[in-house]
Design a protein around this ligand. Structure first.
Ligand code: PRX
Length: 635
């Protein structure tokens, strides 16, 4: 990489070999974004070509109307024509002495076909939802692909979510089938996943549970309901004909936190998602046949769908799936994995980068990381210091860094400089992906000037892979994304600004969502959970800065009755209601919370008192004495 002033440009050798090396691609795409995406879509295997590329009936839009395809066919059948015995998936288990598992494209194809028939055998049909509550094991990939093969809609739930969190999602989507495992390893312990699943399926429509044997822990199998994975795989036919799907049929649902308590089921469509997942991966990570791609994200998140699994497959790449934590059993486990498999593209979150940095550079020096050629960052803003450390110590000043901005809702990366074009600027995501129109708006809805912060929005024609709705909740879809600036402007809920070269920097969220270690956590959801405790009268949650995780929750509670063990009560409630990712760093008991006259809790004030900022205008506050108490406690 060549550094000029504050910008980093790709070297001529990198540029020479990159899929995209010229700025011209932006100009071409800008002229006619729909035509641009149509060009890319030609590279997908369609059973029937679309008749119309884009349709906009605000706030809804569609892509590649009338087109027919099958997602798993694009990931597998198309690749085995050329890459039959190439390794598609390398699975690295957490216990370092356990053997990895390798799947060639053909082996993956065969397993997916069998499991697809297994699902059919228990009655799963096109359009049915299937719950997947699995750790990072190859069966998770097989299950996801098998669903797409028969046109079932998968809804993956992060395996560290609590039974209650899984139950809420299962109830919303009304799945009849849940795929889970006996247990899995996390930092040396075995987590009893089946126990969680058993608890979660009470009061749901789940009739069949398929259980992968992973950790060998003892589980109870319910007769008539539970089936071992290997039994589900006992099918007569090793081939399952891929279902012909309409471009706009749902491909999967993935739940994400919303401002209010309940998570929302984000729906993605078959055609547009396939095109976008393939091309954003191909151009932003420059995926080639001999690349080994490792995205650290769990399959329970959107990054785990699009880049840990799907984009590498759509591009015929090899990817690593790692079961454990990157710092277990030693802080350099992640370096060992890169070295062991010759990882060429590494994708992680700023939280992990800050954690690696904390362990010191000696760990890195012990390992050969020379195979790396591209580094990626995702999920939260990366600060300049961490960016530079990543660039110098991990990438040895050779590897371009792609700071990729996107959301569960966008389905794929929509903002990131392309590595062969550049430039990269520390802490800046950079340029919109070709063909995507972003704007940053001020409070009057006008475009901000350079360096002026405002609301980040996406304008028509949006992108093929963006959400098509919130599952069975059109009101919420409209209100969350299309009400702030009208039905033709998608509001990301992020604050951003552009520099004078039009490179975009993401500042943070504008709503009550916080990013804990890059994961989206809703303060409202934590509040709902804590408020259910019998000793809690009311509760407010804010995000406070954390050196490693970026942000973490702080909980303020007003008690209904005396409670000597409030910390324990709050922690148990959150563990049960959501899971360990939402655990707070601080818990404060207060007499009152700052409120408006209409009774709304003013979290903004709590945040400001916490950080010691000027409080500004307090005239709307109904109970100024609450501020005095808080100032005393937080001093
Ligand atoms: O606030 C932005 C932040 O993560 C949000 C989306 O969260 P989620 O749906 O969980 O998806 C995360 C992984 C794609 C965004 O609204 N975010 C994501 N990427 C970045 C980011 N903030 C700054 N820089 C990024 N590269």
């Amino acid at each position: 990489m060549i550094k000029k002033k504050n910008l980093y440009h790709p070297s001529s050798t990198f540029k020479k070999n990159a899929w995209v090396k010229s700025k011209d691609v932006y100009k071409d795409a800008e002229k006619d974004p729909v035509k641009f995406w149509e060009q890319l879509a030609k590279d997908i295997h369609w059973k029937k070509k679309w008749r119309k590329a884009f349709e906009h009936k605000p706030p809804y839009f569609k892509w590649f109307l009338g087109g027919k395809l099958n997602f798993s066919e694009n990931c597998l059948d198309k690749n085995i024509e050329r890459l039959r015995n190439k390794v598609a998936l390398i699975w690295e288990p957490e216990p370092a002495d356990e053997r990895p598992r390798y799947f060639t494209y053909y082996e993956l194809y065969r397993e997916v076909n069998k499991f697809a028939n297994g699902l059919k055998k228990i009655g799963v049909k096109k359009g049915d939802r299937v719950g997947i509550y699995l750790p990072m094991v190859p069966e998770a990939v097989i299950a996801m692909l098998a669903c797409t093969r028969i046109g079932a809609i998968h809804s993956v739930v992060f395996s560290a979510y609590s039974p209650q969190a899984l139950q809420v999602r299962l109830q919303d989507t009304k799945e009849k089938v849940l795929i889970t495992a006996d247990g899995y390893y996390r930092a040396g312990n075995i987590i009893n996943l089946k126990g969680n699943a058993d608890e979660a399926v009470k009061d749901t429509k789940v009739k069949k549970m398929i259980v992968v044997k992973r950790a060998g822990n003892e589980v109870k199998m319910k007769k008539g309901r539970d089936i071992w994975w290997e039994d589900a795989m006992k099918v007569k036919d090793n081939f399952c004909k891929p279902e012909e799907m309409d471009s706009e049929d749902p491909l999967f649902i993935l739940y994400t936190s919303g401002s209010t308590g309940k998570p929302k089921g984000i729906v993605h469509a078959c055609g547009g998602y396939t095109v976008q997942a393939k091309y954003t991966g191909k151009w932003i990570f420059d995926i080639k046949d001999n690349d080994v791609f490792w995205s650290m994200s769990d399959i329970g998140w959107i990054t785990g769908h699009t880049y840990s699994v799907y984009s590498p497959l759509l591009n015929g790449g090899t990817f690593v799936l790692f079961e454990g934590a990157p710092n277990w059993p030693s802080p350099d486990r992640w370096c060992q994995i890169i070295e062991k498999y010759g990882v060429t593209i590494f994708y992680t979150a700023p939280t992990a980068i800050r954690m690696f940095q904390k362990y010191g550079d000696d760990f890195i020096k012990k390992h050969d990381l020379s195979t790396l050629r591209i580094l990626g960052s995702v999920g939260e803003p990366i600060d300049k210091g961490s960016w530079e450390w990543y660039f110098e110590k991990v990438g040895k000043k050779r590897c371009p860094i792609v700071d990729t901005w996107w959301q569960t809702e966008t389905g794929g990366i929509l903002l990131s400089s392309l590595p062969g074009v550049g430039p990269a600027k520390p802490a800046f995501a950079g340029r919109p992906f070709p063909g995507i129109k972003f704007d940053i708006l001020n409070s009057e809805g006008k475009s901000c000037k350079a360096e002026e912060k405002g609301d980040l929005v996406i304008l028509p024609p949006f992108s093929p892979g963006m959400l098509r709705g919130v599952y069975k909740n059109p009101q919420r879809y409209k209100k969350t994304y299309w009400s702030d600036f009208g039905e033709k402007t998608y509001f990301t809920s992020d604050i951003a600004y552009k520099d004078k070269n039009s490179l975009i920097r993401i500042v943070g969220r504008s709503d009550d969502m916080i990013k804990v270690a890059g994961h989206r956590v809703s303060t409202g959801e934590i509040e709902d959970t804590v408020s259910k405790s019998s000793s809690v009268l009311e509760c407010a949650v804010i995000g406070i800065p954390d050196e490693i995780k970026g942000e973490v929750p702080a909980v303020f509670v007003v008690l209904k009755k005396k409670e000597n063990q409030i910390e324990k009560v709050v922690i148990e409630a959150i563990k049960k209601g959501i899971g360990p990712i939402a655990l707070p760093k601080k818990i404060y008991t207060v007499k009152d919370l700052p409120k408006t006259r209409s009774g709304k809790i003013m979290r903004r004030i709590l945040r400001k008192i916490f950080t010691g900022e000027e409080l500004g205008d307090l005239s709307t506050l109904a109970n100024p004495e609450s501020v005095k108490e808080l100032k005393k406690i937080l001093k």
